[in-house]
Design a protein around this ligand. Structure first.
Ligand SMILES: Cc1ncc(COP(=O)(O)O)c(C=O)c1O
Length: 337
C-alpha cells in the first residue's frame, strides 16, 4: 500500500474484529464461553447493570511479532486487577482461569485481524450484572455476563506522538476514594462532564485530577514526571487506578538506572518543577504520551522544552520494544498464545 492509498487510521476503539466471545452466569452456573460474531447482546431492560451500574472491565493488548506469533502483555496482572474490580463491585467473578482462557480463545479466533506493529489488538474483557431485578439496588446481581471484545488499534490520542496539554484541577476528584482502584464505568462517567468542560474552556486534551493539591491521574491514564536522572510518580494508594503501564515503566526505569520516587507530590511542586522536567501520561491505551503544557488557574506552564523530550522517547521505547519483541523480556511479561 502506498502513502497515497493508505486509509486514515480509525478513531481508537471504534473498529471491532469480526468475532467476540461471551458466557453467561445463570442460576449459579457459568455457561460455556462461546466465540461468536461481534453483535448486540440480549439484555433484559431490568438488568442490574442498566440500573445500578454493576459493571467492570479491563483493557490490555496483544501484539503481532515479526516471527508471526502473537503475544499478550502482562495478562496475569490484568486478570488479577479484573478479579479485584469484580470483588469491589460485588460482581460474581468466573475465576482467573476462565477469564484467561476466554481472552486467549478470542485472540486466537481473530488472529488474522491482528495488525502489525506499531499497531496492536486492544482486548476489552467486561463483566456485567444481568439479573432482571430493579429491586436489587442494595443487592448484588445474581446473574452476570462475561464478554470479550477485541479491536485493532493505533494511537489513542489523535495526532500521534505529540505533547499534550492538561488542565491541572485541584478542586475536583475523578471519583470517590473507595472506587479509585476499580475499573468500572461509573468512574469514567463521573469524570466526563469535568473533562468536556475543561476541553471547551481551556482547549486541553485531558484533566489532571489533583484534589486538594494531591497530584493523582487523568481520566484514563496515570501521570509521571522524569528527567535524566529520576522518575517521580504518586505512590499507590486507594485514590487512583494502579496502572499496569505505570508499574512496567517504573521497573524499566529502575533497570535503566533512573532513581524512582513513588510518593505524594503537590501541585505546587509540580508547577515549580515544570520548566526543568518532562512529564507523561501512561496507560495501555496512552502507552507513554508526553505532556507539553499544564494549565492551572488560567495560567499556562510549559513542561520542559514543551516538546516530546528525550527521556519520554527513551522510556517509551524501552516499553514498546518489549511489547513488540524487539528487546528481551527479562521480567516475563509477555505471554505467547
Ligand atoms: C483511570 C485510569 N488510570 C490509569 C490507567 C492506566 O492503566 P493501565 O496502565 O493498566 O492501562 C487507566 C487505563 O486503563 C485508567 O483508565
Amino acid at each position: 500500500m502506498t502513502a497515497v492509498d493508505k486509509k486514515p487510521a480509525a478513531k481508537f476503539g471504534t473498529v471491532f474484529c469480526k468475532q467476540m466471545g461471551l458466557a453467561n452466569l445463570k442460576g449459579g452456573t457459568w455457561g460455556e464461553f462461546v466465540v461468536q460474531p461481534t453483535q448486540p447482546i440480549p439484555l433484559h431492560p431490568a438488568a442490574h447493570v442498566l440500573h445500578y451500574s454493576s459493571s467492570i472491565f479491563e483493557g490490555l493488548k496483544a501484539y503481532r511479532w515479526a516471527d508471526g506469533g502473537v503475544r499478550i502483555f502482562r495478562l496475569e496482572r490484568h486478570l488479577e486487577r479484573m478479579r479485584q474490580s469484580a470483588e469491589s463491585m460485588c460482581l460474581p467473578f468466573p475465576g482467573i482461569d476462565m477469564v484467561r482462557d476466554a481472552i486467549i480463545k478470542v485472540v486466537r479466533a481473530v488472529h488474522d485481524e491482528i495488525p502489525h506493529l506499531p499497531e496492536s489488538l486492544y482486548i476489552r474483557p467486561c463483566l456485567i450484572g444481568t439479573a432482571p431485578d430493579i429491586g436489587a439496588a442494595a443487592l448484588p446481581s445474581s446473574d452476570a455476563c462475561l464478554f470479550v471484545l477485541v479491536s485493532p488499534v493505533g494511537d489513542y490520542f489523535a495526532g500521534g506522538l505529540r505533547p499534550l496539554r492538561l488542565l491541572v484541577a485541584d478542586d475536583i476528584m475523578r471519583t470517590t476514594t473507595q472506587m479509585g482502584t476499580v475499573k468500572t464505568g461509573g468512574n469514567y462517567a463521573a469524570a466526563l462532564r469535568l473533562t468536556l468542560q475543561a476541553r471547551k474552556e481551556h482547549a486541553v486534551d485531558q484533566v489532571l485530577f489533583c484534589p486538594g493539591g494531591d497530584v493523582q491521574e487523568t481520566g484514563a491514564a496515570n501521570f509521571m514526571l522524569f528527567d535524566d536522572k529520576r522518575v517521580l510518580t504518586k505512590a499507590l494508594d486507594p485514590s487512583f487506578l494502579h496502572g499496569v503501564t505505570r508499574d512496567s515503566l517504573l521497573i524499566l526505569a529502575r533497570d535503566m538506572g533512573y532513581a524512582v520516587e513513588e510518593r505524594m507530590f503537590t501541585v505546587d511542586e509540580l508547577l515549580e518543577r515544570a520548566s526543568s522536567t518532562e512529564a507523561a501520561l501512561t496507560g495501555t491505551a496512552a502507552v507513554l504520551s508526553p505532556v507539553g503544557e499544564l494549565v492551572f488557574h488560567g495560567k499556562t506552564y510549559q513542561v520542559g522544552s514543551g516538546e516530546v523530550g528525550p527521556n519520554a522517547l527513551k522510556l517509551r521505547k524501552a516499553l514498546t520494544d518489549i511489547q513488540g519483541g524487539l528487546a528481551e523480556d527479562t521480567h516475563g511479561w509477555v505471554s505467547k498464545i
